[in-house]
Design a protein around this ligand. Structure first.
Ligand SMILES: *Cc1c(COP(=O)(O)O)cnc(C)c1O
Length: 409
């Protein structure tokens, strides 16, 4: 059986199972082996089967990289030891004096990387609200080298208009980086919409089982691919073969998982909207979400993440978090199991309180990564957890619970 490569026109689910893979030529193993080796025997000096040292290449990693490239419609996938390793690899493309534009509501690790490690190389960074693509246009300069955003932001789940931002960024030749961790290639393929680099924390939906950390970049441009491949080898943040294999296995069920994640999320979003203890529900699949129309146009579904503001602020939010049994209190997302967290004190704690308030990360906000358990069980779990809030709200309505919704969106 021939290796299924990038040119094949199979559907998404088929490619997620087969792309880059073939039964093992040595013994016919149906799954790609975990090539747990650091080096490779050479038949003569420089004569080998394409691999000489495992930082430069590993067949398990290659299978993953080809599969990711196929799913994103790219020509090259380049895997790293974490999502942040992938982000750092992009930073190596910059030169001193370059200007970059980053969407202002980003995964916290991104501003930490740029402000603390990259800014000292005299890279100038502007944070703008890219939900309005004209804000990006206004911030562009002749030396803008990168425009960076997430396809769906965290925890407010805003959706960025990829082609509108890319069109503006390309007027000055800036590279467009789309972190598609929250959407996965199942929901959107940013390269098709003009992005130059797709970034994944494969730790999340791609792996899907909360058991491995890995990052990846996917590109279409051969020159860019070559530069990033060089960074992978020269800077060396490569994933181990076991982690590559875990993500490769996760990818095989990506389409069925995503369908179930979003079916459950849609039902839970509707359930939460009817809960008296909930002030607002943020889910792009609800028609009152500010980006509902864009999301409907740009994405194949609305994903598995929901944020909700609990009436009664942090205290009430903590009560809900303390009462769920199926939703585990934890950071991260995208796994088969449902998780719940409090952004203001967990994933977004490093953002100053004032800034959190300004962007709408209220103290009563909770974030749910909806898993693929039975929908009825998840709803029953939340119903039980919310019983505590409703009664308390009548007794002690807090200042925050009276904040009009429009002022925080
Ligand atoms: C988790 C995450 C990252 C960082 O990925 P790691 O695999 O944890 O290094 C980057 N971007 C987004 C949107 C994330 O959620």
């Amino acid at each position: 059986m021939a290796r299924i490569g990038l040119d094949d026109t199979w559907g998404f689910a088929t490619r997620s199972i087969h792309a880059g893979q073939q039964p093992d030529p040595a013994y016919g193993a149906v799954t790609t082996p975990i090539y747990q080796t650091s080096t490779y025997a050479q038949e003569g000096v420089g004569i080998h089967k394409g691999y000489d040292y495992a930082r430069s290449g590993n067949p398990t990693r290659t299978a993953l990289e080809e599969c990711l490239a196929s799913l994103e419609g790219g020509t090259d996938g380049i895997a790293f030891s974490s999502g942040m390793g992938a982000e750092s690899a992009i930073a190596y493309l910059l030169r001193s004096g370059d200007h970059i534009i980053v969407h202002d509501d980003c995964y916290g690790g991104t501003p930490r990387l740029f402000n603390h490690l990259i800014a000292k190389f005299d890279v100038r960074i502007d944070y703008v609200d890219a939900t309005n693509p004209d804000n990006v246009r206004r911030a562009l300069r002749p030396d803008t080298r990168l425009v960076w955003f997430e396809t769906m932001t965290n925890p407010l789940l805003r959706v960025i208009d990829i082609s509108a931002v890319a069109e503006r960024a390309h007027t000055v030749g800036a590279l467009v980086v789309a972190d598609s961790t929250f959407t996965s290639p199942y929901l959107v393929r940013p390269l098709d919409l003009g992005a130059d680099i797709v970034l994944h924390s494969a730790t999340k939906y791609l792996g899907g089982h909360s058991d491995a950390i890995l990052g990846a970049l996917i590109v279409r441009d051969a020159d860019l691919a070559q530069q990033l491949r060089f960074v992978q080898k020269a800077a060396g943040a490569v994933p181990g073969p076991l982690d590559a294999w875990l993500i490769l296995r996760g990818l095989k069920t990506l389409s069925v998982r995503m369908r179930q994640h979003q079916a459950n999320a849609q039902a839970i979003a509707r359930f939460l909207r009817d809960q008296p203890g909930v002030m607002r529900v943020i889910y792009p699949g609800l028609d009152d979400h500010p980006d509902h129309a864009l999301a409907s146009r740009q994405m194949r579904g609305f994903g598995g993440m929901i944020s909700a503001e609990v009436a009664g602020g942090k205290e009430a939010a903590y009560r809900v978090l303390g009462r769920t049994r199926l939703f585990t209190l934890a950071e991260s997302l995208g796994g088969v199991e449902s998780l719940i967290e409090h952004p203001a004190s967990m994933t977004h704690a490093s953002i100053p309180a004032e800034r959190r308030a300004a962007i709408g990360v209220a103290d009563g906000l909770i974030r749910l990564s909806v898993g693929i358990e039975d929908e009825a069980d998840l709803i029953a779990d939340l119903r039980r957890a919310f019983e505590s809030v409703e009664t308390r709200r009548i007794d002690t309505p807090s200042e925050e619970s009276r904040t009009p919704i429009s002022s925080v969106v």
